[in-house]
Design a protein. Sequence first.
Length: 259
Amino acid sequence: MNEPKWYDSAWLSAYYAAKDVITQVAPARLDEFVHSFDILRTSASFEPRHLPGLLDASLVEQIRNAIRTIPKDMYELHEMKSFGRFIVHDWPEFTRLQHSLVDRVSDWAGEQVEPCYNFLSLYTKLGVCEPHLDAPSAKWTLDLCIDQSEIWPIHFSQIVAWPEERPNLPDDWREAIKTNKAFQFKSVELTPGDAVLFSGSSQWHYRDALSHGAGKHFCDLLFLHYVPAGASKLIRAANWAELFGIPEIGEIPGIESAY
Ligand SMILES: [Fe+2]
């Protein structure tokens, strides 16, 4: 079977596995299961919202100071190889900022949202972000630029439906996605204090490798994720067995961590 291979695709693998289970044990309910996720699908008319100067200079400085107070042993290292970054999840000061932006994000997204997870991403000179679709827990992603050595464009496709079946990816799937003419990638450039709101689960997005030239190369970004109000239970695959009353879904290996 061809499971998707990109970052954050475990949710889609769980979705496919759940559809397989339902096809076996309750085929008449497959349509209901698929359409239960419509709240997480993004309107095709949405376009990334570039928000220059969303954070004023004093707030940017406050966030930089907060970053300096984070003990190094809080840094998660597991994405150094794949992304060239240290990350810190749900730091309380950033969670407060995330909550303070709910009404504005709701306006920009065109629907009422609620906060989901957030993380600080400290990219090093090894920084890169391969093309991916996030899990629906990142339906709305507010990407805030806090500091950087240079402009580092992010590229977005238009809104696309997430693949309903396991995708048949070539070996060079990264390049195949970036060069696929159907995706109409557009770029956004951020400077400190700027942000962009996009639909992480319904827009392919990537950043090419940061330049490796002389000097220090880095980019500090804050990612705040939001989901439609009321969707926080549905986004966790671990809840599906109970939500749909189909206990066999709960037996899918790895289902408890797909989020
Ligand atoms: Fe993403």
